[in-house]
Write a new protein. Structure first.
Length: 508
């Protein structure tokens, strides 16, 4: 059985369970996720941090249910961490002992810097970023890390959380202006403790508050791709929207496209977020669906890899290839297909005129080209498209995901699917560049399917593409003759079957 690892994260607002399945050395995927809004820290901030009976009762029952799920999934390893609500509570040990004695579960209370580190490990490995500042706004704290050139430089934890702010200011019997003034002053005073080098144009948004805001912005912007992870936006385009939310009444939050289950703390969370963004001088935000839980998992999964995936390995691609094994499983043959695509891209580079900037996406598409056939050979290109759109979750930009999936969708003589291009036009290359990439992808697949490990060379001159093979390409020729081309040019195939027929029969 494949190794399965469960991570339980007890926050001030919610408790979550995730279960990851390891498919190979660098491949893994999420197979289960559960959440309960336990609000373990409810009422604590006005009681000098002491956990109250309703909150810890909800937390206990949630953990008990999580353990049933863990048993059902036959999990090998379980890691449980707790954040600010428990580390701030004088009576936290009573709850931890109760859970250990009754449920046999060990809770590891982590400090704010550790919490920030886990978020940074997740972002550094599973987002298409090299530098930036992570911001994870929880119920009791906001944990931040500074990443530069894929190295985690520093971490910091601020006593700024949605539940904390709500109970200290927003639940008070004060007029709206006074509440906001006091809350803002509290946030700004806390930010003064943040080290001065925490400045960067890119904010990496982690946690429920920022995910909620990103989803709303996506909806308001009619964004074409329904995928939150790695969604990026320019702050200047949405700052007015963000700054208006803390002043909205509960009844008016619906107009901001905020989900109802976030009404209770979204105003506090947005106020914290905008103040932090201003303080670190951010101009762009990239949204993360990963955080502490994935960081805890990766700290064990990559403990022998210096907490980082190799540059040549992508966990999503590896997991897809592990689970949807292409028919061509021999690595040597797969590499031949990739090299073929790159050679084609190179000989046609002057006609394409794109500085070969989509070479990596072309390679990923060629590597994944057989995944749809795992389900059925019929409409396998459609299956491959949907698998890629759903499963290319980590370390890819949205533009990369859509381009790779679009190449996988190509089938038959046509190299462009107009409806697909129109739907995702904002995320795809120009129509001319897309036509060339689709042509190279399809031609590479055709040649590889028919070549039987042949040695194939390409040359392009005088608007003619010459394909030379030391073995027959008979089955590919008919398909290539019908294949749509990005522009008017000839394709001449010279292979073993190109010799005069009588000579091959031994007549001459």
């Amino acid at each position: 059985m494949l190794t399965r690892t469960a991570i339980i994260d007890i926050g001030s607002n919610s408790a979550r369970l995730v279960i990851f399945e390891q498919t190979s050395r660098y491949g893994f995927h999420l197979i289960c996720e559960q959440k309960s809004k336990v609000r373990i820290g409810e009422g604590a901030y006005e009681k000098k941090g002491h956990l109250q009976v309703p909150g810890i009762t909800r937390a206990f029952l949630t953990l008990k249910s999580f353990l049933y799920t863990i048993q059902k999934y036959q999990v090998i390893k379980t890691h449980c961490v707790a954040t600010s609500a428990l580390r701030d509570a004088p009576n936290a040990q009573d709850f931890i002992s109760w859970v250990h004695n009754e449920l046999g579960l060990n809770i590891n209370v982590i400090d704010g810097k550790k919490e920030a580190l886990y978020g940074a490990i997740a972002a550094n490995n599973l987002l298409p970023v090299h530098s930036g500042i992570t911001i994870d706004i929880g119920g009791g704290s906001s944990d931040m890390s500074l990443i530069h050139n894929n190295e985690i430089i520093d971490t910091y934890s601020l006593d700024l959380g949605t539940v904390r702010l709500k109970e200290l200011f927003f639940d008070k019997d004060l007029d709206s202006a006074t509440k906001h003034a006091k809350a803002r002053a509290y946030i700004q005073n806390e930010l003064l403790s943040l080290p001065s080098h925490f400045k960067h144009h890119l904010a990496i948004g982690i946690g429920g508050t920022i995910r909620t805001l990103s989803k709303a912005i996506m909806k308001r912007s009619s964004y074409p791709l329904d995928k939150l992870h790695a969604y990026e936006y320019t702050l200047a385009n949405h700052i007015d929207y963000l700054e208006a939310i803390p002043f909205a009444s509960i009844k008016k939050l619906k107009q901001f496209q905020i989900k109802k289950n976030r009404y209770d703390t979204i105003r506090e969370g947005t106020l914290i977020f905008t103040e932090i963004l201003s303080y670190i001088q951010a101009t762009h935000v990239i949204s993360s669906s990963v955080g502490v839980r994935e960081g805890v998992f990766l700290s064990h999964f990559l403990k022998n890899e210096k907490l980082q995936f190799p540059l040549t390995s992508n966990p999503s691609v590896k997991s897809i290839l592990d689970r949807f094994k292409p028919l061509i499983t021999i690595e040597k043959k797969r590499k031949a297909k990739l090299k073929m695509g790159l050679r084609l891209y190179d000989v046609l580079k002057y006609e394409i005129d794109d500085d070969k900037r989509f070479g990596q996406e072309l390679l990923w598409a060629l590597k994944l080209s057989g995944i749809g056939k795992t389900l059925t050979i019929y409409k396998s290109n459609q299956h491959a498209f949907y698998i890629a759109m759903q499963e290319l979750n980590y370390a890819f930009t949205h533009s990369q995901i859509v381009l790779i999936a679009s190449l996988l969708r190509i089938h038959g003589k046509s190299i462009i699917l107009r409806s697909l291009h129109d739907e995702y036009k904002a995320l795809l290359p120009t129509i001319n560049h897309l036509r060339w990439l689709s042509f190279i992808y399809t031609l590479s697949v055709y040649l590889h399917q028919a070549s039987n490990a042949a040695k194939i060379d390409f040359n392009y001159s005088n608007t003619t593409l010459y394909i030379k093979s030391n073995k027959p390409l008979y089955l590919a020729k008919e398909k290539i003759e019908k294949l749509e081309k990005p522009m008017d040019f000839k394709i001449i195939i010279e292979d073993e079957d190109s010799l005069p027929k009588n000579k091959k029969l031994g007549i001459l």
